[in-house]
Design a protein around this ligand. Structure first.
Ligand code: MG
Length: 381
């Protein structure tokens, strides 16, 4: 299979509600969709969202690097998906979002041609075909805004069947965050509830938070301290915490997973395709975590469309179970780029939703064009 041509769609899609995190407030999804067409006319789709604070890539750099990668690898014949990343690494250092986007589109074409569903292909690639039928993936909802809004959202989403939650913390003084989380925990009963500080707490506050009995029922606390923290602080937090410790910004790929396993400094990690550089690398990280009895949370960056949502879900279905849930971020968009977006039912995503060969999602060209970011246009290369 060789790439015949490509189209790159730089998108900006407003969120239904702005999402406030400790380092930024997100009003719209700046995301890039890539269509690759091979010499036989097969079309594959990839996507990567812009996350300067997570991968160092901006909309402009992502577009430039995608264009660069497509031009560099056009002459290559892609017969074995395991070679994809090695080939991309030969021509560009770093830039994991751009590489993930390209790998996703290539895998979409490859699995369509092989007539296999992406998650089943991942099982075959990693010799996991003996696993049972995947359990439905619990979809995790983010709570934020005023406490009144959080309570209203939690109640209405619980009625829709959601039972997994992530509360953003780190913007308020510690005692207020503890009080807020305690109120929500009381409201959410036996649900699986986590917090995410995006690295905003100092080590002393982080330890105080995780030792507070008021929030002791949390399933895990994600990235309480900044990824620049010392290994001493990460170990101290893990050893002194009464809550399971998750890491997100600290974990980009297998190297960090191995380092933190060596340090015994976490209980699990949040994996995003834009960080790992692709689906195959995300599977490697997930299996390394599983083999060490550590937990996995899958996540899209806020916010990606159904394309990235489906590709990320493929990791969860390939693994078969996902106790820390999946933050599928297309649910925060004011509109999606597919006529039939990927949606949870009763708070769960069933593997039957992705039965078509490939990623299993086809965007609508008119919807894509309607979402082109201001002052940008479709790039053909
Ligand atoms: Mg996070």
């Amino acid at each position: 299979m060789k790439i015949a041509h490509a189209r790159i769609y730089p998108l900006s899609i407003p969120l239904s509600d702005p999402i406030k995190m400790s380092g930024e407030t997100v009003f719209d999804a700046k995301t890039v969709v890539l269509q690759l067409v091979d010499e036989k006319g097969y079309s594959g789709w990839g996507e990567a969202s812009v996350a300067p604070l997570m991968t160092g890539e901006t909309l402009d750099s992502l577009l430039a690097n995608l264009r660069y990668l497509v031009q560099k690898v056009r002459g290559i014949s892609w017969e074995d998906p395991r070679n994809l990343t090695a080939e991309l690494n030969k021509v560009l250092y770093g830039n994991s979002s751009a590489k993930s986007c390209l790998q996703m589109a290539l895998l979409d074409i490859y699995t369509q041609k092989e007539n296999v569903v992406l998650w089943k292909f991942l099982r075959t690639l990693f010799k996991k075909n003996d696993l049972d039928k995947p359990l439905p993936i619990p979809i995790l909802r983010m709570l934020g805004g005023s406490i009144e809004k959080e309570q209203m959202d939690a109640e209405s989403l619980r009625r829709q069947g959601y039972r997994h939650w992530k509360i953003k913390v780190g913007l308020l003084p510690l005692e207020q965050d503890i009080k807020r989380v305690e109120t929500l925990l009381n409201l959410l009963g036996e649900d699986t509830v986590s917090v995410d500080a995006n690295g905003a707490m100092n080590i002393e506050d982080a330890i105080r938070f995780t030792q507070s009995d008021k929030v002791g029922r949390l399933a895990f606390a994600e990235q309480l301290i900044t990824s620049n923290s010392s290994t001493f602080d990460f170990c101290r937090l893990k050893n002194e915490s009464k809550i399971a410790i998750g890491l997100d910004e600290s974990i980009h790929g297998l190297r960090e997973v191995e380092q933190f396993i060596e340090l015994k400094a976490f209980d699990g990690a949040s994996l995003k395709l834009i960080k790992t550089g692709g689906l195959i690398e995300a599977m490697e990280c997930a299996l390394m975590l599983e083999n060490n009895n550590l937990k996995i949370n899958l996540a899209c960056k806020v916010a990606e469309t159904s394309i990235s949502a489906a590709a990320t879900a493929a990791i969860g279905f390939a693994l078969g179970r996902l106790p820390w849930g999946y933050s599928m971020s297309n649910q925060y968009l004011s509109f999606d780029v597919c006529k039939v977006p990927l949606v949870a039912e009763n708070g769960l995503l069933d593997s039957s939703k992705l039965n078509a060969p490939g990623i299993g999602i086809d965007p609508d060209i008119m919807l894509l064009k309607s979402a082109i970011a201001k002052e940008y246009s479709v790039i053909s290369c």
